[in-house]
Ligand binder design. Structure first.
Ligand code: CA
Length: 227
């Protein structure tokens, strides 16, 4: 893991460099804003520890510039000012966390480790499957038994919700809020109509049936022995 520390105060810079190196990181130290900014823009780091108060280019300008260039490297701000405004400003400009000086090194290390963990790509789920039904999430495509099924956007969202929460009985009100992003009166049949259409497409020609009506409660997607 490679870290960039941008800190103009000699003592603090040396201390951070030494401590983080001993903690097992590869550390580049920039002693002014210009050099730090240049390094952050041209080289690849896993995290930037950025002092806000720098004599030339301040930390806010650096993080703003990084984010404007679509640089997503996590940034931990070091600020001497413990004012809410400063913190909010830092976070709004795209910093990921901040630490108020003076700080204990152990705390800095803990924040750094947390940010690095957060930065790791989560195992992205791209496909959802149940029985022979497959949802390709990035492409918003559905196949059953290997055959492509055309769904509207809304139908896809409805099916995705049912598959993600397979086995659960989902009340109409929950489906309404998740798929239509609004609250429906309980007497509306919009959801029933949408479910009926979805069934015709993904269930009618196939076995086993996946979408089930739970009387008086809602809908459930599951593999059941017989329907
Ligand atoms: Ca400083």
């Amino acid at each position: 893991m490679r870290l960039l520390v941008i800190e103009d105060e000699t003592k603090t810079g040396d201390y951070l460099h030494k401590g983080l190196t001993e903690a097992g990181f590869q550390v580049d130290l920039a002693r002014n804003g210009l050099d730090g900014h240049h390094l952050a823009m041209t080289e690849t780091f896993d995290l930037v520890v950025l002092d806000v108060m720098l004599p030339d280019v301040d930390g806010w300008r650096i993080v703003k510039s990084l984010r404007e260039a679509n640089q997503t490297t996590p940034v931990l701000f070091l600020t001497a000012r413990d004012s809410v405004d400063d913190r909010v400003k830092g976070l709004e400009l795209g910093a990921d966390d901040y630490l108020v000086k003076p700080f204990a090194f152990a705390e800095l290390l803990a924040r750094v480790r947390t940010l690095l963990r957060r930065g790791l790509p989560a195992a992205a789920v791209e496909h959802l499957e149940i029985a022979d039904l497959v949802l390709d999430l990035p492409r918003r495509r559905v196949t059953r038994s290997g055959k492509r099924i055309n769904l509207t956007n809304r139908e896809f969202s409805l099916l995705e919700l049912l598959v993600r929460r397979q086995g659960e009985v989902l009340p109409r009100s929950l489906i309404a809020s998740q798929v239509w992003d609004m609250n429906f009166d309980s007497d509306t049949n919009v959801i029933d109509v949408a479910i009926r259409r979805l069934r015709m497409k993904i269930d009618e020609p196939y076995h086993p049936k996946l979408i089930h009506t739970v009387r008086g409660m809602g809908y459930q997607l599951d593999v059941m022995s017989e329907d």
